[in-house]
Write a protein that binds this ligand. Structure first.
Ligand code: SF4
Ligand code: ZN
Length: 311
């Protein structure tokens, strides 16, 4: 998504009267670049502190793909924590090995960490699984995303372990999260809806946090644009996401006509999650008999995938 071009002859910021760069329809106001940046910093700080997502002594690994959401996330967390000696920030990038796509985003991730002076760990599918995703999927019927999703999850965990991190922060924004709520409802997947609500996962997984979960995609794009960081990056050539695409355009239309819809969907998910607090969702977490990772059956998805790939 490209943000609308910034205008200087349009409406004024509701807080200072300077030219506005964005209209926050759900809040009934316009903001200039300075107030948009301040607003996002405050909301990220509120999200983190209200849920005690980051505590003194934590090392936060930011999943940095190099795309717009993770770029904004690292910028905001860096600003928030740069004066804190008791919190360490590390960026973790997974390079799946997708030619024509990953080179540009990895370059953008490297540029950003160098500019901010943030520690950076890159984990590639080649290092971990012996081959790039391009090679692994060649000649197979299984869709690339099914293989990539499982390997990426593991690669990210390994990056987090290498960093010695205690929390993993991902760049999911309000649009992503609201779309996921609706998709889980449309698929009738109550288990995933509850799991994504932040209900207890049993303490065997690294805690994941989503500091941008209440910030809209267009606010993130405009935030990057006003700072001159916006750049159009290629999309993954394997991406299909058919249902998500439909839900995304439907939800964007509803949000435009009924501002605040996405936030209300998030509230609903929270309510459902609260109702399940303390209850076991989808059976207890077991241990993979082959690799010892937590899993729900006898063998984890990664070990099953290894077998099917003949590795
Ligand atoms: Fe991997 Fe699919 Fe995402 Fe591409 S679109 S990065 S293949 S999960
Ligand atoms: Zn396993």
């Amino acid at each position: 998504m490209s943000p609308e071009p910034l205008r200087t002859d349009g409406p004024a910021c509701s807080l200072c009267g300077d030219p506005a760069v964005i209209r926050q329809r759900y809040a009934g106001r316009y903001l200039c670049g300075t107030h948009l940046i301040a607003d996002l910093e405050q909301r990220v700080s509120d999200t983190i502190t209200s849920n005690q997502q980051v505590l003194p002594g934590d090392c936060v690994a930011v999943a940095l793909s190099g795309g717009k959401d993770s770029t904004a996330l690292l910028l905001l967390l860096h600003r928030l924590f740069m004066s804190r000696k008791d919190i360490r920030l590390v960026a973790v990038t997974v390079d799946e090995g997708i030619s024509g796509y990953r080179e540009a985003t990895v370059r953008s991730a490297v540029d950003l960490v160098q500019r901010l002076g943030v520690e950076h760990i890159t984990v590639s599918f080649g290092d971990l699984f012996g081959d790039s995703l391009d090679t692994l999927v060649k000649g197979r019927k299984t869709h690339a995303c099914s293989i990539c999703g499982i390997l990426r999850k593991k690669a990210l965990v390994m990056g987090v372990q290498r960093a010695g991190a205690t929390k993993l922060a991902t760049g999911h924004n309000l649009d992503d999260e609201a779309q996921s709520v609706l998709m889980n409802v449309l698929r009738g997947d109550l288990m995933r809806l509850v799991r994504n609500s932040g209900a207890d996962s049993g303490g065997r997984f690294i805690p994941r946090i989503k500091p941008l979960m209440y910030i809209q995609e267009k606010e993130i794009a405009t935030f990057l644009m006003v700072q001159g960081i916006w750049s159009e990056l290629p999309e993954c050539p394997y991406a299909i996401h058919a249902l998500r695409r439909e839900v995304r355009s439907m939800l964007a239309g509803i949000e435009y006509r009924h501002p605040g819809t996405m936030l209300r969907l998030m509230e609903n998910r929270k309510t459902v999650g609260t109702a399940f607090t303390g209850k076991t969702i989808g059976g207890p977490v077991g241990t993979c008999r082959e690799c010892g990772d937590p899993c729900s059956g006898e063998t984890c998805q990664l070990c099953q995938l290894r077998h099917s790939l003949g590795r």
